[in-house]
Design a protein around this ligand. Structure first.
Ligand SMILES: [Zn+2]
Length: 219
């Protein structure tokens, strides 16, 4: 297959998916390496402010997916996100399977309701909690970014239950902490955010390090 850029005769080796409001902007272009690099650089050089219906979170700045590149030749895939209400960028590599999960999550499909990500959020809800947000919160000592899925007790449900066992009545109290943060791969966290509609956040601490090093984004 040839590159879909006008008058380019090179072979297409990269699938490029542009995203707005967590939906595909197009069905994905297939590009040669050179045009894929140009598209990536175009987004990096773009300082426009991305508006969203909800741009603020009390916890940390909110980001949304803008571009995915899946490079089949070099087996390298990456995502780029833009801050809502600002022009800071975050980008990181993802695996090919995660690229496929994200590409499916961005398409409207009734099957998305039954993915593992949505099942996780529903299970937590059935236990009396809710998924609040996903956040890129830190750097691992080895240099890669880490993310957490954050859950909390729903206010209308109390964090304990009273049970009865055998013929002896026994009250069993199970205290639940109000907030639970579970480590998750950033790419899975991104799919979780898109599939369940919860905000994807990046901690200011991480953005400060990005500003200092230029790695993983443009802050
Ligand atoms: Zn090309």
């Amino acid at each position: 297959m040839k590159c879909s850029s006008t008058e380019c005769t090179q072979d297409a080796v990269v699938r490029a998916i542009e995203v707005r409001n967590n939906r595909l902007l197009n069905n994905g272009e297939t590009l040669c390496e050179e045009h894929a690099d140009k598209l990536w650089e175009f987004h990096l050089a773009d300082y426009r402010i991305r508006e969203g219906s909800i741009t603020k979170s009390d916890v940390a700045p909110r980001f949304e997916l803008e571009l995915i590149l899946a490079d089949q030749k070099n087996q390298a895939n990456k995502v780029l996100l833009r801050e809502l209400g600002n022009n800071r960028l975050m980008f990181f590599p993802i695996g090919y399977l995660e690229f496929c999960v994200l590409a499916a999550a961005l398409q409207e499909s009734p099957y998305n309701e039954w993915t593992l990500h949505v099942a996780l959020a529903k299970a937590v809800k059935d236990f009396g909690g809710e998924l609040c947000h996903v956040i890129i919160d830190d750097f691992h000592p080895e240099g890669y970014i880490t993310a957490k899925a954050v859950f909390r007790d729903r206010k209308d449900l109390v964090g304990f239950y009273v049970g009865q066992e055998c013929d002896t009545a026994r009250a069993v109290l199970r205290h639940c902490p109000e907030i639970v943060a579970v480590q998750i791969r950033p790419s899975d966290g991104l799919a979780l955010g898109i599939l369940t509609g919860v905000p994807f956040l990046v901690a200011e601490k991480v953005l400060a390090r990005i500003k200092e090093t230029g790695q993983f984004g443009r802050a």
